[in-house]
Structures are given as C-alpha cells and as structure tokens.
Design a protein around this ligand. Structure first.
Ligand code: NAP
Length: 333
C-alpha cells in the first residue's frame, strides 16, 4: 500500500472536552479498514455532519474524527469484484461520517455493502447535490405513494422547506404533480420556494399550534416533516382523514406530544424514515429513481459550493437553521 497523502477535515477533542476543527494531512494508512478505497470528488453538508463536527455524542463518539455522511467519487482499489478501478460510485449513510471517517476528505475506505454504483443519468456532482438529503426526500416521497397519497388526495405540507431535505422534497413532490405547501422560518425565501415548485408558502408560526386541542381543521393529505417537535404534532392534528405524515427530522425538537385522536378518529398514518440503514435493493431503487423520473429539475438552484476550508462557517450556519438548499463540498479537481 502506498502512503498517498491527502487532505481531511479533522475534528479533535482536547483533554478538557472541547472540540476543534482543522485541515490535516493524512495517509491512506490512516483510513479505516474496508473493501473499497474511493477518491472523493464531492461530499455535501447535512445537519448530522454539523452535529458530528461539534462533538454531539449521539452521532460521533470517537475522536479525532472526519465527518461527512456523504461521498461520491471514483474507485481507487477494490477487494470486492463488483467494483472496478475508476468506477464512479456513491456512498451515503450507514456509519460513514459517524464513527467511520467520512466524506470531508479526499479519500474514504468503506465496506463494499455501503457502495452504490453511480446510476446512469446522474453526474457525481448531481449525486452529491442530492446526497443524503435527496435520498431521504426520495424515501419520504415513496412512503407517501405507498400509503396511497396521490396528488388527487390534496396538498402536501413540507416543513423546514428551505433546508436540504426540505428543498429537495418540495422540488421532487412538485415534479410528481403534488400541490406543495412549504413551511419556512425565512420569509425572505418565499420566491426561492415558489421557484422550486411550491404552490404556496406559509410561516412556521402557522404550523406551531399552541391551543392544546387534540384535533384541528383538516388541511393536508400528507406531510413531509423535517423538524419534529410541536410542528410535527401540529401536522398530525391538521392532517386530513386518512392522511399520511412522514417524519424524518428533529431540528425543532425530538419530542412528539400528541393524543391518539388523529389516529383513531381520522385514521391518520405516521410513518418514520431512516435513510442511514436503508439497505440493498431499496437503496438502489431510490437512487435509480432520483437519477431518472424523480430527478429534480432545479438542482443547481439549490446549491452552494464550498471547499473543506469553508466548512466551519457553513457548519455554524446549518446549526442555526440559516442555510438555504444544499451545500456541496468540492474536493478532487
Ligand atoms: N431520518 C433520516 O434518515 C434523515 C436523513 C436526513 C436528514 N434528517 C434530518 O432531517 C432534518 C433536516 O436535515 P437537513 O440536512 O435538511 O437540515 P437543514 O438543511 O439544516 O434544514 C433544516 C431546516 O429546518 C428549518 N428549521 C431550522 N431550525 C428550526 C426550528 N428551530 N424550528 C423549525 N424549523 C427549523 C429551517 O428551514 P426553514 O427556515 O425553511 O424553516 C432549516 O433550513 C435534520 O433533523 C436531520 O437530522 C434525517
């Protein structure tokens, strides 16, 4: 094994428990064991990466650490026969960037089971504009479809709409013919959300019910909730009869205070999404759809491109809920 050196965004913990970030030079031998060594061309910044980079123990326990739950690039070497040198591949989720060094580096080494061949119809850049956010929006869309929520059933609420998952969910659902009600805390971004395909935009306060009532006027056939907490509870209370609320995030809060009334009087369905461990053929099928029929038309409208050196500023912004769309991290070339 050559000792190729490369740049990595490294998070270290001091003896007093503080976390620091910086760019470090590493070698291939520093990478974890695994079947496939990949030269990373692009990564992306997700909310979970910001938690990892700031030492959240629910995400990362071992330091020094390289975050980055997403990576797309080319195979350098593979001990698994299904991957060949120079093949373009995607890795998202599993343990990447959690307790396994992740995509905020010029190289990763991972188990073959985590690797997805880049589907025809996507470039490496597009695959990481989508990244875990796009894959999750795809899983949420599939959950709505599997629960018989067609465009004819009514409006779909998308919360945290200017965020990564939110932006792609708005765009994807609109492309599939759904009428999307986008919820945002950023009034200045209404025209951005309309440009992604939202039919209307409402403020966070309008879906943050404090009345204490167990049920509210029926409004939405479905919801993709990226924020959790009382906004998720409100989406459940305001779902239409037989509606479907898909929960995937917690930026507003991890608690969910509700009664059983929406479920037993209106037949509302509450579906949970986990993208990280979504395995095998389902993972491939979602990526294939994202590369073809589900590929959002306006990916470039949602992207800000940064380097590894610019990560700290964007990590800070995503933790404050201030980013808009997707942050693409450009590495090789
Ligand atoms: N289950 C899974 O597999 C999975 C996969 C990916 C992500 N996630 C989760 O989904 C969530 C979103 O991830 P992301 O990467 O899209 O993050 P993101 O880009 O930061 O988007 C989150 C958006 O939520 C809104 N928001 C922020 N703080 C809020 C608050 N206190 N109350 C209400 N809304 C708030 C903001 O949008 P507005 O200003 O437009 O409201 C923000 O842009 C995170 O919790 C993440 O961990 C889960």
């Amino acid at each position: 094994m050559t000792k190729e050196t490369f740049k990595a965004f490294l998070v270290t913990q001091t003896e007093s428990g503080q976390f620091h970030t910086g760019i470090a030079e590493k070698t291939w031998d520093d990478l974890p064991a695994g079947d496939v060594l990949i030269r990373v061309h692009y990564s992306s910044l997700n909310y979970k990466d910001a938690l990892s980079a700031t030492g959240n123990p629910g995400v990362t326990k071992k330091f020094p650490h390289v975050p980055g739950i997403d990576a797309a690039g080319t195979v350098v070497t593979s001990a698994a026969p299904q991957f060949q040198e120079n093949q373009e591949v995607i890795v998202t989720g599993f343990d990447l960037g959690m307790n396994t060094w992740g995509g905020f580096a010029e190289y990763i080494r991972v188990p073959a089971e985590w690797v997805v061949p880049l589907p025809q119809g996507l470039t490496l850049r597009e695959s990481m504009i989508l990244g875990t956010a796009g894959f999750t929006a795809g899983l949420c869309t599939e959950a709505l479809e599997q629960n018989s929520i067609t465009p004819a059933e009514g409006d779909i609420l998308v919360t945290g709409a200017t965020g990564g998952v939110g932006s792609i969910a708005v765009s994807l659902l609109a492309k599939l013919g759904y009428s999307v009600v986008a919820v945002t805390g950023k009034q200045s971004q209404n025209s951005y959300l309309i440009s992604l395909g939202a039919s209307s935009v409402i403020s966070r306060e309008e879906v943050d019910d404090k009345s204490g009532k167990p049920l509210l006027k029926e409004c939405w056939a479905g919801a993709v909730d990226t924020v959790g907490g009382n906004i998720l509870a409100t989406a459940v209370k305001r779902a239409k009869y037989s509606g479907c609320v898909v929960a995937c995030g917690l930026v507003s809060g991890a608690d969910l205070v509700t009664t059983v009334y929406p479920f037993i009087l209106r037949g509302v369905r509450l579906i949970g999404i986990d993208s990280a461990k979504c395995w095998g053929s389902k993972r491939l099928a979602i990526w294939e759809k994202l590369a073809r029929d589900w590929k959002p038309a306006n990916l470039e409208k949602m992207v800000t491109v940064i380097t590894l050196e610019e990560l700290p500023e964007k990590i800070d912004a995503i933790l404050k809920g201030e980013t808009v769309g997707r942050v693409l991290v450009a590495l090789a070339g």
